[in-house]
Design a protein around this ligand. Structure first.
Ligand SMILES: Cc1cc2nc3c(=O)[nH]c(=O)nc-3n(C[C@H](O)[C@H](O)[C@H](O)COP(=O)(O)OP(=O)(O)OC[C@H]3O[C@@H](n4cnc5c(N)ncnc54)[C@H](O)[C@@H]3O)c2cc1C
Ligand SMILES: NC(=O)c1ccc[n+]([C@@H]2O[C@H](COP(=O)([O-])OP(=O)(O)OC[C@H]3O[C@@H](n4cnc5c(N)ncnc54)[C@H](O)[C@@H]3O)[C@@H](O)[C@H]2O)c1
Length: 494
């Protein structure tokens, strides 16, 4: 075993989308930086999350849109070409190779050490390389943890014997299971149920709560549930899994896209439900939330607890650590588990690390260069289902708890001229929350076909705190879905 030692201004553990951006921003501030990555540079998002899942969903959403357009609908009446969709997914996942990302890292002069990184003390990181060597790294200024999350699995009896799907298998599988059970009612569950049902699985969703997308406005979950049911998904609310077993008969399972209808890989799964009922499936996807990748990170060597989420301030310094050298950025700090928000955090954290290292003053006033104000007030999200959901800022439930004076404005998206053009039988809804003291929009949710591209207009209104009197002069083009803005404002003004 070889040992070597190196010193950098900034060490980033975890080379997902967030770690890459922290390192790039640190370099932009004139600091030397290294990324430690144990799998693929690009992280979960590029290979087992955003990119492959959206590649699977894009044909489903496009087909749903096309099927609403007279004259085009017959052209999309047939099933998807499963092999072509999966091949496109593979391409969009760069065939699970990270050469392009490595080239990019090279181009921004950030070093890469492949291997598993662990803290060994303040500003110290040891990397165990795939070759069995150890590289000892020392940071002059900062260590940033961007190790992301993994699927959190509930303790269901029998789970360890059935080889369940997590988000990784759901985004990378190359066979369509005949019957797929999906546990969960959050974003991963609804998106993957949408994709695999369209690819030919008979999907059954087992949902703990009595609605989907619990954290969003209730109408969003209702419209998504309608869409899933119309596609043939069986949704069972208030249902959990009591136990699981997988049949050992290697030929009992079938896949929807294999020539002989059999995958031959493993037997079917018997699922006992909380109401005593039974369900049989070929695969079961657990989409039951995320856990931080901090169990084997050496957190104990700096006084933190392995397995915990890392709590940070608005410049991303870990609050429990003295000396301000440890940062946690992206999913691992649990603030907003989305790539775009993690990359925003990376830009802020990189700037803060740079300013501190260069002994420059920090601007931490709200919306300043070194403070992640948007994390608290303006986090956008699009759910790529049929219909889509797009939201930013507060929901009505959150607004109620905030104690702010809020007026809620609802509008039926189907009544907008742009929706008539978008497709026949358009169904959708929009809700805008106005802080009546400040006369600004503090939250907005759209649900309906094509609303994903509306989200940035809403993000600008919320993050920009644009006064409603000025928004009144932001004229939406006719006939686009963007006209929903005018209708909401008219409704608000009475
Ligand atoms: C199915 C699915 C679909 C999603 N779709 C979207 C979407 O459409 N839009 C969106 O905005 N978000 C989406 N997300 C969320 C998005 O994937 C995450 O928010 C994003 O990947 C977080 O980036 P990150 O860099 O913080 O962590 P990750 O992407 O998880 O990267 C962390 C990296 O750290 C590495 N690592 C961990 N521990 C160590 C260690 N000890 N040593 C060395 N390396 C280590 C890992 O190998 C990994 O490469 C989706 C998530 C899932 C599960
Ligand atoms: N389009 C996007 O932006 C996108 C897509 C996918 C994922 N993501 C991100 O990934 C994160 C993870 O998504 P997710 O869907 O895994 O988590 P989630 O927290 O959104 O949903 C988890 C679901 O699992 C259920 N659940 C939890 N424990 C359970 C148990 N023991 N038994 C049965 N059900 C249980 C919950 O009730 C909930 O319905 C999200 O925070 C989301 O932001 C984003």
């Amino acid at each position: 075993m070889n040992e070597s030692a190196r010193i950098y201004d900034v060490i980033v553990i975890g080379g997902g989308p967030v770690g890459e951006n922290v390192a790039e921003r640190a370099r932009a501030a004139g600091l030397s930086a290294v990324i430690v990555e144990r799998e693929l540079l690009g992280g979960e998002c590029s290979f087992w999350a955003c990119d492959p899942s959206k590649a699977l969903l894009r044909p489903v959403v496009a087909r749903a849109d096309a099927s609403r357009i007279p004259g085009l609908d017959p052209a999309v009446a047939g099933p998807l070409d499963v092999d072509a969709v999966l091949a496109h997914r593979d391409k969009m996942s760069s065939y699970w190779k990270d050469e392009d990302q490595v080239d990019w890292l090279d181009s921004v002069s950030v070093d890469l050490v492949r291997g598993h990184g662990r803290l060994t003390g303040p500003k110290q990181v040891a990397v165990q390389t795939p070759e069995g060597d150890t590289v000892a790294l020392t940071a002059r200024h900062a260590v940033a943890v961007s190790t992301g999350t993994r699927a959190a699995l509930p303790p269901i009896p029998g789970l360890d014997t059935v080889r369940p799907w997590t988000s990784r298998e759901a985004t990378s599988a190359d066979k369509v299971p005949g019957r797929l059970a999906v546990v969960g009612g959050g974003v991963v569950a609804v998106e993957m149920a949408t994709a695999w049902q369209a690819l030919g699985s008979q999907v059954t969703m087992l949902v703990l709560e009595n609605s989907l997308l619990e954290r969003m406005e209730p109408f969003a979950g209702e419209l998504v549930a309608d869409g899933l049911r119309e596609a043939g998904v069986d949704i069972r609310f208030n249902t959990t899994v009591s136990s699981l077993t997988r049949d050992n008969n290697a030929h009992s399972a079938h896949s929807a896209n294999s020539a002989n209808g059999e995958s031959g890989a493993s037997g079917e799964i018997r699922i006992t439900l909380s109401d005593g009922g039974q369900l049989t499936a070929d695969e079961i996807l657990l989409a039951t939330g995320r856990a931080p990748q901090t169990r084997d990170l050496g957190l104990e060597t700096v006084g933190l607890t392995p397995g915990d989420w890392l709590t940070v301030d608005d410049t991303f310094q870990v609050t429990a650590i003295d000396g301000g050298w440890l940062y946690a950025v992206g999913d691992v700090n649990r603030r907003a588990l989305m790539t775009h928000q993690g990359k925003y955090q990376a830009r802020i954290a990189g700037a803060a690390i740079g300013a501190r290292a260069n002994r420059q003053p920090l601007d931490t006033t709200p919306w300043g260069t070194h403070v992640a104000t948007a994390d608290h007030t303006a986090v956008p999200q699009v759910v790529f289902t049929t219909p889509e959901v797009a939201a930013v800022g507060l929901t009505s439930r959150e607004a109620e708890h905030s104690g702010r004076p809020i007026k809620t404005v609802d509008y039926n998206l189907a009544h907008v001229a742009g929706a008539h053009q978008y497709g026949e039988d358009y169904r959708g809804h929009a809700r805008m929350l106005v802080d009546t003291d400040r006369n600004t929009v503090v939250g907005i949710t759209f649900a309906g076909p094509g609303v994903g591209e509306l989200v940035h207009s809403a993000t600008i209104a919320v993050a920009g705190e644009v006064p409603l009197d000025r928004l009144w002069h932001a004229v939406p083009a006719f006939p686009t879905l963007g006209e929903i803005w005018l209708r909401l404002l008219e409704t608000y003004r009475g």
